[in-house]
Design a binder for this molecule. Structure first.
Ligand code: E4P
Length: 213
């Protein structure tokens, strides 16, 4: 399973990218809205100059024609822009159009296996099931990843699963075990993945022994 970072903040992207573990970036309108004093297009340019992998940029239009127009403009920014589209009939019309044009897509706000199957059949490059938001309403986000992975394997679908809305380290381990190809992770959760008290204790003991030799 690969890691994407879920943010539009350059400092966060730079920090995570230096660790050598980040293959891509996902943004959404709420994350972009937190970034003041920079246009969406300029921020996407900055991100794509730093990150060679997939950079998801979400459309704002809600009709297929508008999404296609907006997506084509965003795709011109860099070859690694992935157009993020909502899981609606119009979103899938746009995904299908982009698939024919060789533009990568990420169908977002996936909350059921049927939605993921529809998006895959429309030619989506990625589907993004939102784990945390499902957990928030008492459903099992990870179970959805298992179902999608199984359906895609049975039917030989090449669409990749991005485990999204990840909130804690257990989401990451379980998403990997259940067959997600990618997890998109906020910086805070990425940092939590490094931690183990025995690692800290071990480093301290090694340094003490070295200094007292
Ligand atoms: C994914 O692409 C979304 O940007 C993101 O994971 C949503 O996470 P949230 O539910 O924490 O807002």
């Amino acid at each position: 399973m690969k890691f994407f970072i879920d943010t539009a903040n350059m400092d966060e992207i730079r920090e995570a990218f230096e660790w050598g573990i980040v293959s891509g970036v996902t943004t959404n309108p709420s994350l972009v809205a937190k970034e003041k004093g920079v246009t969406f297009e300029d921020r996407l340019k900055e991100i794509t100059e730093l990150v060679p992998g997939s950079v998801s940029a979400e459309v704002i239009a809600t009709d297929a024609e508008g999404m296609i127009k907006e997506g084509r403009e965003l795709a011109k920014i860099a070859p690694n822009i992935t157009i993020k589209l909502p899981m609606t009939p119009d979103g899938l019309t746009a995904a299908s159009t982009f698939s024919k044009e060789g533009i990568k897509t990420n169908v977002t706000l996936i909350f059921s296996a049927n939605q993921a199957l529809l998006a895959a059949r429309a030619g989506a490059t990625y589907v993004s099931p939102f784990l945390g938001r499902l957990d928030d309403i008492g459903h099992d986000g990870l179970e959805l990843v298992s179902k999608i992975a199984e359906i895609f394997a049975i039917h030989g679908l090449e669409t990749e699963i991005i485990a999204a809305s990840t909130r804690h380290p257990q989401h990451i381990t379980e998403a990997a075990l259940r067959g997600a190809h990618i997890a998109t992770v906020p910086l805070k959760v990425l940092k939590q993945l490094f931690n183990h008290p025995l690692t800290d204790k071990g480093i301290e003991a090694f340094l003490n022994d070295w200094n007292n030799r």
